[in-house]
Design a binder for this molecule. Structure first.
Ligand code: NDP
Ligand code: OXD
Length: 325
């Protein structure tokens, strides 16, 4: 069992912060238990049982119902349950005067890098073909491309993409990354901006999308992008479904230009039962679980951020509304 050291209750005496939790997917009980261990006096309300809206001072959210946050007149800060905030900013009524913080945590980052490495290795080591041979009880050795001969391209070099790029580099892959602004990572070829995009794709045998979904990055992986990748390239998407133009990806797979894809995120989630990705022979589908925010670790960040705001400091990991991430 994980043991957390006891934390002093950091609430200002005489004031009563109230946290609203709302998520269609995360387990409320898990979060209230973990936050309760660290801040026992915190009043936590579970959507839709808000009580008096003016009493709510903090919100911990994943895909909140549009309009819900705008109805909280005394909201001091909002905390995303994930690293991505597209599901919060999709609500045009989000009150922009309220700071929005996102999750940056080693547990979340580690899971994402593991996903990127796992699917890179499954592809490079031809594990799906070996699984098929096993099903037929065939003993046949398959040659795999060496890591230094494999050009991996990571879209997004932030908390998660930067970590994945460094770890892939440590496995001897030939790694490049693409970001909005120039970045320097040891041993990683860096590309940035619109001008760097197609050259970055053209040198990438495995393309791993770890971008946030913003107005600029929506649909970034479209027919033009797939055509720019070398024949036989493999695509991994753990950013957001909105990054991929799904019909374009299917066309690039079916034409034989791309060798396969591992997809964790989709335009519509859960992935509809009749979606061709489910049964496509070149596609691996996972249910948006590349990395799941773990309340045992991230409750501490929520509590710290409440304490910071209570003492007049900005929350950690603030989102820049103008950039959208
Ligand atoms: P960060 O904000 O730390 O990093 C984002 C990176 O994307 C930065 O390098 C940034 O560039 C780059 N970027 C943003 N916009 C553009 C653009 N227009 N062109 C080129 N590069 C751009 O985010 P995280 O690494 O913490 O998270 C990334 C995403 O991962 C999340 O937003 C979420 O969508 C996804 N995610 C998915 C999970 C899953 O389970 N599938 C779990 C967790 C996260 P710059 O460095 O110049 O700012
Ligand atoms: C996240 C996610 O953004 O889980 O953290 O998708």
């Amino acid at each position: 069992m994980l043991r957390l050291p006891p934390a002093a209750d950091p609430l200002t005496p005489g004031r009563k912060p109230v946290l609203l939790f709302t998520s269609p997917t995360d387990r409320a009980q898990w979060w209230t238990d973990e936050i309760g261990k660290l801040m026992p006096d915190l009043d936590i309300r579970l959507w839709p049982d808000v009580g008096a809206a003016e009493e709510i001072t903090y919100a911990l959210v994943w895909k909140p119902q549009p309009g819900a946050l705008a109805q909280l007149p005394n909201l001091k800060a909002c905390f995303s349950l994930g690293a991505g905030v597209d599901g919060v900013l999709a609500d045009a009524t989000y009150p922009r005067k309220v700071p929005l913080a996102r999750v940056v945590d080693p547990s979340l980052t580690r899971g994402m890098s593991e996903y990127a490495i796992l699917h890179t290795l499954i592809h490079v080591r031809r594990q799906r073909a070996l699984d098929a041979l096993q099903r037929e009880k065939k003993w046949r050795q398959l040659m795999a491309r060496q890591a230094p001969e494999t050009r991996v391209g990571v879209l997004g070099l932030g908390e998660i993409g930067g970590d994945a790029a460094r770890k892939l580099r440590a496995l001897d892959f030939d790694v490049a990354g693409w970001s909005r602004t120039p970045k320097a990572l040891d041993g990683v070829e860096a590309f940035h901006g619109a001008d760097g995009f197609l050259p970055f794709l053209a040198r990438s045998d495995v393309v791993i999308c770890l971008l946030p979904l913003t107005a600029e990055t929506r649909g970034v992986l479209d027919a033009r992008a797939f055509a720019a990748m070398p024949k036989g390239a493999f695509v991994i998407n753990a950013g957001r479904g909105g990054h991929v133009v799904e019909p374009d990806l299917l066309a690039a797979l079916d034409s034989g230009h791309l060798s396969g894809a591992a997809l964790d995120v989709f335009a519509v989630e859960p992935l509809p039962q009749d979606h061709p990705f489910w049964t496509h022979p070149k596609v691996t589908v996972t249910p948006h679980n590349a990395s799941i925010t773990d309340a045992r670790f991230v409750a501490r960040l929520v509590v710290e951020n409440i304490a910071r705001v209570e003492r007049g400091a900005p929350p950690l990991n603030l989102v820049d509304f103008a950039r959208g991430y």
